[in-house]
Design a protein around this ligand. Structure first.
Ligand code: PMV
Length: 311
């Protein structure tokens, strides 16, 4: 049996502005994973999606379905046809539709598992590109940050269309991720920001520029071993996102709760409106912030450590 996995992710700085060419920073979240196994069999390719509690045959799935799409694209990239006689089982602990990259992680794990099944090696850049093709079908105009951070499984400084830069984190730091429990399609928030940008390009470009500068400052602080100074930048980035109309009352409530509980900074992460907020926390405040977020209605709190070998 072949098994491959991929982590979840969070965007620390620069969501939305990244769609317009500004830099963003994202990190893998290894506490949650998508895992795909492939077992050879005598029947046609069967997909067992444990999350959905469903089993279906590859030939019956809608060709536009993300799972069908990544399988088709990967088989093409591997020059394999017809599909293998096998059972492909998908398991994931990454919450769906909450900005943790569950779709990109499932696609990444499928591409890797299929490559292994055929005894082939797919370059990480190729995996990332295949997953990007799937993201494009479902998210409209994705920047490519999700597939990149998940395929590389390293902190990334991402600028759309430019060569990927990973960076080191000499001093690990902790982020609490609080889920509003509200599923919010990224495509809609991205579409609304686009409409605002079309209506008032000068104002939106200014907001994007400020987000880009924050991402650059954040990277410098992380690389210089001063992650505790990221707090005010998170809060500043949150204000800009609110001006782009992608925050919400629920996100604001969790952000304020985290700050009152002693977080050094907090913001929404990803598409916004619902999904997750993130807060920079110290060890001393971890338990307090976690409990405060849960008491304030967070459906789930994940604490992740960003940094070399510490994830
Ligand atoms: O909601 P998420 O975590 O998939 O992130 C979306 C990030 C955006 O910048 C809003 C869109 C994008 O494609 O980069």
């Amino acid at each position: 049996m072949i098994t491959a996995s991929a982590p979840g992710k969070i965007i620390l700085f620069g969501e939305h502005a990244v769609v317009y060419g500004r830099p963003a920073i994202a990190v893998p979240v290894t506490q949650v994973q998508a895992q795909v196994s492939i077992e050879p069999g005598s029947d046609e390719l069967t997909i067992h999606a444990t999350d959905e509690g469903r089993t279906y045959s590859y030939s019956d799935i809608d060709a536009q379905h993300p799972i069908a799409t990544i399988i088709r694209l990967t088989l093409e990239a591997l020059h394999q046809s017809p599909p293998p006689n096998a059972t492909l089982t998908i398991r994931s602990t990454i919450p769906i539709a909450s900005g943790l990259g569950s779709g990109a992680a499932v696609s990444t794990a499928i591409a890797r598992a299929l490559a292994q099944f055929y005894g082939c090696e797919l370059a990480t850049a190729t995996v990332s590109e295949l997953v990007y093709q799937v993201e494009k079908i479902h998210h409209g105009t994705p920047s490519g940050i999700d597939n990149t951070v998940i395929a590389y499984a390293q902190p990334v400084y991402f600028v759309r269309g430019q060569r990927l830069e990973t960076f080191t984190v000499p001093k690990p730091f902790k982020i609490a991720i609080g889920d509003t429990g509200i599923a919010s399609p990224t495509r809609i928030a991205v579409g609304d920001v686009r409409a605002a940008w079309q209506a008032d390009p000068v104002r939106l470009e200014t907001l994007f520029d400020r987000c880009g500068r924050i991402a650059d400052q954040a990277r410098a602080l992380i690389e210089n071993g001063q992650p505790e100074a990221l707090g005010p930048l998170m809060t500043e980035n949150q204000e800009l996102l609110a001006q782009m109309t992608v925050s919400s009352l629920e996100l604001e409530a969790l952000i304020q709760t985290a700050l009152k509980g002693g977080a050094l900074g907090a913001k929404l992460s990803g598409g916004g409106r619902g999904g997750n907020m993130i807060a920079l926390i110290t060890d001393a405040r971890e338990a307090t912030v976690r409990e405060a977020l849960l008491n304030a209605g967070a459906k789930r709190v994940i604490v992740t450590t960003v940094g070399a070998n510490a994830q």
